[in-house]
Ligand binder design. Structure first.
Ligand code: SAH
Length: 255
């Protein structure tokens, strides 16, 4: 059996209870060493076999899983944040299915959730934005037609950009090219959120690239952009005394 587990954004206590239990039970752990906090591996048994996937190919990862399965062992594949985002898990799941190896998934706290918590922010504010776009700049992995950042940025929604901190000048340019954000639109560069070396740099879209250069941030960072970081918003209907919900009558309403 293979358990895909989300490790969370970094801090060792931001893994789920289920994920931590899977690590305690595991005979074999394959972890994404570039981004998974090694402190999480302290959950593992002393005799657990550890593999850092940062130096492995998909074929090598699968070979470890196959060998473990043949020996009746349990494997944990530990991915950073939530595995469903830029986790390259689909190709592993398809290969396991082909080989008849059972697997399951445990979600994790994504870095975009941890970034909002660190900045004390809410992505979806009434009257400002009710949508969050998660995306990236095209790098060595291209993005499909229709998903160019300038097109996504044209919505003016809240946005979080992964895997793009090494290309901040281009990122800034493409986000501005959408026409909905301005150089004054609030932005933030969030480095290694929830790690001891975390850095939270609030800026504007117009000063994003210079902020990255000044702080020396070029990887393991998210870019957040949108008025949700600062702009005025409307209070929620859900907790408005003049608004009825399924669970609560509005002020002055009797039946
Ligand atoms: N599955 C992960 C994302 C993996 S892609 C998740 O849900 O968070 C790797 C990218 O995620 C990095 O380039 C960076 O943009 C972002 N990232 C992952 N962990 C991060 C952290 N602790 N702080 C800031 N960005 C992080």
């Amino acid at each position: 059996m293979v358990h895909f587990v989300g490790a969370g954004p970094g801090a060792a206590d931001l893994i789920t209870l289920r994920g931590a239990e899977a690590l305690r039970q595991a005979d074999v752990v394959i972890y994404a060493g570039s981004l998974v906090n090694p402190a999480l591996l302290e959950n593992c048994r002393a005799d657990c076999e550890l593999h850092n996937s940062a130096a492995m190919t998909l074929e090598q990862v699968l070979a470890v899983m196959e060998r473990a399965e043949a020996a009746g062992k349990t494997t944990v594949r530990l991915h950073t944040g939530d595995p469903s985002l830029y986790g390259a898990i689909r190709e592993q799941m398809d290969a396991l299915r082909e080989r008849g190896i059972p697997f399951d998934l445990t979600p994790g706290v994504s870095s975009f959730s941890a970034a909002a918590a660190a900045l004390e922010a809410e992505y979806t504010l009434p009257g400002l934005s009710q949508s969050l776009i998660l995306s990236r700049l095209a790098g060595r992995t291209p993005v499909p037609a229709g998903e160019e950042l300038s097109q996504l940025a044209a919505h003016g929604a809240s946005m979080v950009l992964f895997l793009s901190a090494g290309m901040l000048p281009q990122l800034q340019e493409e986000l501005l090219a959408g026409g909905a954000y301005t150089p004054e639109t609030p932005a933030a560069l969030v480095y290694k959120v929830s790690w001891p070396e975390e850095k939270l740099c609030r800026c504007t879209l117009g000063t994003l690239a210079e902020t990255g250069a000044r702080e020396g941030i070029y990887k393991t960072a998210l870019v957040l952009v949108g008025d949700f970081l600062a702009g005025p918003y409307e209070r929620s209907k859900l907790y408005d005394p003049d608004f009825s919900t399924e669970y609560r009558k509005a002020r002055g309403e009797t039946t």
